[in-house]
Design a protein around this ligand. Structure first.
Ligand code: GUN
Length: 287
């Protein structure tokens, strides 16, 4: 059997098109252009690539992109002061501080200084609490993207057994909350889970977010299950490198009913959802 490929790249392009239409309407009918501020501290190469890509796609959908690039030695006081300024700026509807931050900066303190209504990452403790209690919140972009792909493929997820592998605050925990909100029976598995393969074999939906290249192989997957691969791992490939997920695509795609590829699966959905969250923040701010 060969799995259906869930094309996240194509789906993300459709989400961005919808965002662009919404942005055009906000401009025409309300004279408002949504603005997304992205703050990058330091020179982490992967973060620089992400930030460049976010800026490009933000302007492509017609929104204002406001970039603040700060030196790696920026003090916590200076970073908090910039965030306070962005919080107070009515032209800024979304604020994203790219993670990870340099070690001398307290990530929790910085994230929790962002105005919750502008927290388009959904990482502020208020948004985490709202999501955990099933209330309207800003939803973290990667799990939101995964949920959109799952809903598009299955329609209703009600009653399905979902196993999320990984318990991070950015993906694993919010993903579990979202699946619970869609009436799945949810298990969060992690590095200490006993008999992990057996746990995964019980799943109708597997979301792999562990950061270990090709860890989940076909023999872990229940025939016909849907596999969402959040991993983005760069591994050696001869003289060069290649991107792989947390799932061994070759073997898993022989067993699964549907699977997201890497690249071209979850990755493009993350930025598309960031843009959608920024429009949502802008609409909520303007009634
Ligand atoms: N670094 C890696 N992923 C993310 C993300 O989704 N948001 C932010 N702010 N930083 C990240």
């Amino acid at each position: 059997m060969s799995a259906d490929i869930i094309d996240g790249k194509a789906f993300a392009a459709k989400v961005r098109e919808k965002v662009a239409t919404h942005v055009a309407r906000l401009k025409e009918e309300n004279g408002i252009t949504p603005g997304l501020a992205v703050v990058l501290v330091g020179e982490d190469p992967a973060s620089q690539v992400y930030v460049r890509s976010k800026g490009k796609l933000t302007t492509e959908v017609g929104m204002n992109s406001i970039e603040h690039k700060l030196g790696a030695d920026t003090s916590e006081a200076d970073l908090l002061s910039l965030i306070a300024q962005l919080n107070a700026d009515p032209a800024v509807h979304g604020i994203l501080v790219q993670l990870p931050l340099p070690d001398h900066l307290n990530e929790d303190l910085v994230i929790n200084s962002i105005e919750p209504a502008k927290d388009v990452d959904g990482f502020h403790i208020s948004n985490v609490g709202l999501l955990g209690t099933g209330q309207k919140s800003m939803v973290p972009c990667t799990p939101l993207g995964c949920l959109m792909l799952l809903r598009d493929y299955h329609g209703s997820l009600s009653g399905m057994n979902a196993v999320v592998i990984g318990r991070s605050n950015i993906v694993g925990k919010p993903m579990a909350n979202l699946l619970l909100g869609d009436s799945c029976t949810v298990t969060i598995a992690h590095s200490r889970t006993q008999d992990l393969q057996d746990v995964v074999r019980g799943a109708d939906i597997v979301v792999a977010a562990v950061g270990r290249p090709e860890m989940v192989t076909g023999d872990w997957i229940k025939p016909g299950a849907t596999v969402i691969d959040v991993g983005i791992n760069r591994i050696p490939n001869g003289e060069k490198t290649k991107l792989v997920g947390d799932v061994d695509f070759a073997s898993a795609s022989q067993v699964a009913g549907a699977i997201t590829p890497v690249p071209g699966g979850v990755g493009p959905m993350t930025i598309a959802c960031l843009l959608a969250n920024t429009v949502t923040a802008c609409c909520r701010a303007n009634g």
